[in-house]
Ligand binder design. Sequence first.
Ligand SMILES: C[C@](O)(CO)[C@H](O)COP(=O)(O)OP(=O)(O)OC[C@H]1O[C@@H](n2ccc(N)nc2=O)[C@H](O)[C@@H]1O
Ligand SMILES: Nc1ncnc2c1ncn2[C@@H]1O[C@H](COP(=O)(O)OP(=O)(O)OP(=O)(O)O)[C@@H](O)[C@H]1O
Length: 321
Amino acid sequence: MLSVVPTPITVRVPAKVNLHLSVGDARPDGYHELVTVFQALSLTDDLTVLASDEPVLEVQGEGADSVPTGPENLAWKAVRLLAEHSGRDPEDPGLRISINKGIPVAGGMAGGSADAAAALQAVNQLWRLELGRDELSELAAQLGSDVPFSLQGGTALGTGRGESLVPVLARHTFHWVIALDKEGLSTPGVYGELDRLRADNGNGRIGEVEPLLEALASGDPRQLALLLGNDLQAAAVSLRPNLRRTLRAGVQAGALAGIVSGSGPTCAFLCTDAEEAVRVAAELSGAGVCRTVRVAHGPVPGAKVLSEEPANRPTPPQVHA
Ligand SMILES: C[C@](O)(CO)[C@H](O)COP(=O)(O)OP(=O)(O)OC[C@H]1O[C@@H](n2ccc(N)nc2=O)[C@H](O)[C@@H]1O
Ligand SMILES: Nc1ncnc2c1ncn2[C@@H]1O[C@H](COP(=O)(O)OP(=O)(O)OP(=O)(O)O)[C@@H](O)[C@H]1O
């Protein structure tokens, strides 16, 4: 009989924003070589696993209706991989998974990747597998390029296809306003649009990452604001032209700078401090350019087993536009 912890395990896992996302050419395997700086933000999903005779996955929260509950859910893919890795039957994992989504779905904030990372962490504990950080990280990379960062959290430099990570020193907490769009964007679709734009007009590339790393070490949001950059932004804006208006409105509302988060369409605005973020969020919400506005801060830790009950989950400040 294989050992299983009898009580539910809940893992809280953060969203991410790419402070710098420099995209190289497409590789023969279809991925693009990246140099990126991730920061984990305080928008989180909670994932709970419990031993169960019937495999069940239920999703609640923001955008739950558009999240698949079958084998294509990244949390199930993570469980399947761990089962194969640990000699269990991947077809009969004997688990119930509940996901409470606080990370926007298909928003460029690694929501599905976060749930895959949370599932790895939770099931590692539930099944008493005792896999270490490096082993979990290797499995994470097989599930998706963003998954290792969702496990690690904090602030990190990502290379390769984004899965190879080195922690980065980020002094102080940075304060963000997050603007959610009405519908998501497909990540491969946005990379494809970038390739198309580059083939048509040699679309520009952002600069080197080193100045941004220095700004993070200094902890000065004004210095950091000048250096935020995302090569996928032009592609996301090309597919979703209204993002141009959202980006402008955030800066007009008083943010230091705004950027499309990863493959978009979520936009992230850096603010001077927490109070200013709340003020910018209220003003941006009133501008009517996006669906919902949130405030968040970073860096925060990666996927982490909660010692408290998930019922104590903090409700992030939210303003409906
Ligand atoms: C946009 C980012 O969120 C930035 O961190 C990531 O690059 C996307 O990471 P992800 O969602 O984990 O992506 P994956 O599941 O690994 O790949 C999905 C698809 O995105 C594209 N993709 C992803 C990562 C990468 N370095 N190059 C790519 O071209 C590929 O078309 C790939 O088939
Ligand atoms: N657990 C999950 N949570 C959200 N979406 C999921 C999940 N599992 C699979 N998906 C599918 O993945 C698609 C992309 O959702 P996700 O929230 O991961 O996008 P994203 O944040 O833009 O990803 P990334 O930033 O990593 O590129 C969704 O449309 C959904 O069909």
